[in-house]
Each structure stands twice: as structure tokens, then as C-alpha cells.
Design a protein around this ligand. Structure first.
Ligand SMILES: [Zn+2]
Length: 281
């Protein structure tokens, strides 16, 4: 059953402020939402359009990725990872989550992480505020998206967080939602559990979506979705978009270095196919 979570995607940390890196200031208090729609089915005859010229990648690795790690990742490691992702040119890096340490111990250092990261001008560092979880009947997703949009959510991320969707489902789901919400306010968040994340994302791009969530090295899953693993790897997304001539502003080499760094710390192989292919043995 789909659930939805509120994501505040507007918190931008003051870049050149004189406060010496105090807490995030909410430049845009409007929330962003992640709607899980794995079992959504709808029928539509909407045709497929052309690709956007530019795609905004929302890097979710430091939050969605690391919050699933059993072992607590040291705060300096998180800070270094976020700084490397900023250096790689990602326009949005989801840095942490203001959730109770009782629920997600991995995010207990949210304040230290926010204070410790470099604030690159022009980069958004949103934090997740997952305080609005609730069940939504699948057939109501489009209606709910409409309601959320009218409530002032400036970006609604449609998430297949258990990764079971296929491009046909993505197409039908988006067609239904796009009847209610402008496509410019939509993002997609695909997991690669069944190897469908890139294909689903490509379908969304063809339908006009230009904001895509992904995670460096494919880190993480959603702790709320049992058995779900593997976000779409940012490296693979950047490789595909570059190949399509779609601008992202991301430096793939620097991104690969950030992925290498965190995989070494976590002592694991990257889930990114591009990282595996580029691996210097
Ligand atoms: Zn995810």
C-alpha cells in the first residue's frame, strides 16, 4: 500500500551568511513530498513526448542511502561525502533527516552534519522531515497529489521505493498524476530492486519530468519498505543523461570519486554499473 512522506525540499543553508554555519534557514518553507506508488495501476492513452533539455538530479545518498546502514557512519565521513558530492556539481544534496534518533539512529548527528558541511553557493541542501507518514489507497494517488500540490508542496516526488514498477506502470501513473499536477512540480524516485530504475526514469523523462532522485553508488533503500534495496545510482543516471545530451552540471569523474570514497568506508562494492565498469583494478 502506498504511503507518503513529507519532504521539505526548500531548506537552503545560507552560503555567504555571517552566522558561521548555524542552522539551516528555510528560504522556502513549502514541503516536498515523496509518494510511494508501487502498486498503483491506472489506464491512460497519453503519448510520449520528448526529453527535457536539462535535468535536476536530487542526490539522496547521504540521507536515504546512509540511513539504512546498520553501523553508524562517523559524522566526518558524512560531511566529507556531502562535500565531495557538492564538488561534483550536484545541484541538490539531501543531507540528513530531522527524525528522532530513536527511529533512525543513523541521523542522530543531523545538527553536526548541517554545521559541518561546506555550503556551496547555488546548491540546495534540503533535509527530510518525515513526520507525515500515512497510508493512501492506490487509486487515490493522483487525487492526493493534487491535494498536496494545492496545499503548497512545490515538488512532489513520486517514489517507487520498493522498485517493483515497470515503465508501463510509470507511464500510466504519471499520466494520471499529470492530469492533476503540473509536470514541472513532479519528481521521480526509483529503486532498482528489479533492475527497472533507469528504464522507469527514462519513461518519466520522456513524459516531461525533469527532476530525478538518485543516490551515489546506489546506496540505500527505504527502511519503511521492507526488503526494498538499491536507489537508482547517480553515476548511472548521469551517464545515461550525458549520453542523451541532457545537461546535468554534474562532473561524472568527481562523482565516481565520491562513490569510491563512501564504498571504501562502508567496505562494499558500488551498486553503480558505471562505477563497476570504471573500476581501476
Ligand atoms: Zn529511496
Amino acid at each position: 500500500t502506498p504511503t507518503w512522506r513529507r519532504r521539505s525540499r526548500g531548506a537552503q543553508l545560507g552560503g555567504g551568511g555571517g552566522s558561521g554555519g548555524a542552522m539551516a534557514t528555510m528560504r522556502n518553507a513549502l514541503p516536498r513530498l515523496l509518494v510511494r506508488l508501487a502498486s498503483f495501476r491506472a489506464v491512460s492513452t497519453s503519448s510520449i513526448g520528448t526529453f527535457p533539455k536539462q535535468v535536476k538530479i536530487v542526490e539522496v545518498g547521504p540521507r536515504d542511502g546512509l540511513q539504512n546502514e546498520k553501523h553508524i557512519v562517523p559524522t566526518p565521513v558524512k560531511i566529507k561525502l556531502i562535500d565531495m558530492l557538492s564538488e561534483a556539481g550536484l545541484p541538490v544534496v539531501e543531507v540528513t533527516s530531522f527524525v528522532s534518533p530513536k527511529w533512525v539512529p543513523q541521523m542522530a548527528d543531523h545538527t553536526e552534519v548541517l554545521k559541518g558541511i561546506q555550503k556551496f553557493p547555488g546548491i540546495n541542501y534540503p533535509v527530510l522531515t518525515p513526520n507525515l507518514k500515512g497510508k493512501i489507497p492506490p487509486a487515490k494517488v493522483a487525487e492526493v497529489a493534487k491535494k498536496l500540490y494545492s496545499m503548497g508542496c512545490y515538488e512532489i516526488s513520486l517514489g517507487d521505493t520498493i522498485g517493483v514498477g515497470t515503465p508501463g506502470i510509470m507511464k500510466d501513473m504519471l499520466s494520471a498524476v499529470m492530469h492533476e499536477v503540473p509536470v514541472a512540480a513532479l519528481a521521480v524516485h526509483c529503486h532498482d530492486t528489479y533492475g527497472q530504475a533507469l528504464a522507469n526514469t527514462l519513461m518519466a523523462l520522456q513524459m516531461g519530468v525533469s527532476v530525478v532522485d538518485s543516490s551515489v553508488a546506489g546506496l540505500g533503500g527505504c527502511p519503511y519498505a521492507q526488503g526494498a534495496s538499491g536507489n537508482l545510482a547517480t553515476e548511472d543516471l548521469v551517464y545515461m543523461l550525458t549520453g542523451l545530451g541532457i545537461h546535468t552540471g554534474v562532473n561524472l569523474q568527481k562523482l565516481l570519486e565520491a562513490g569510491d570514497f563512501i564504498c571504501q568506508v562502508l567496505n562494499r562494492k558500488s551498486s553503480s554499473k558505471v562505477a563497476q565498469a570504471s573500476c581501476k583494478l
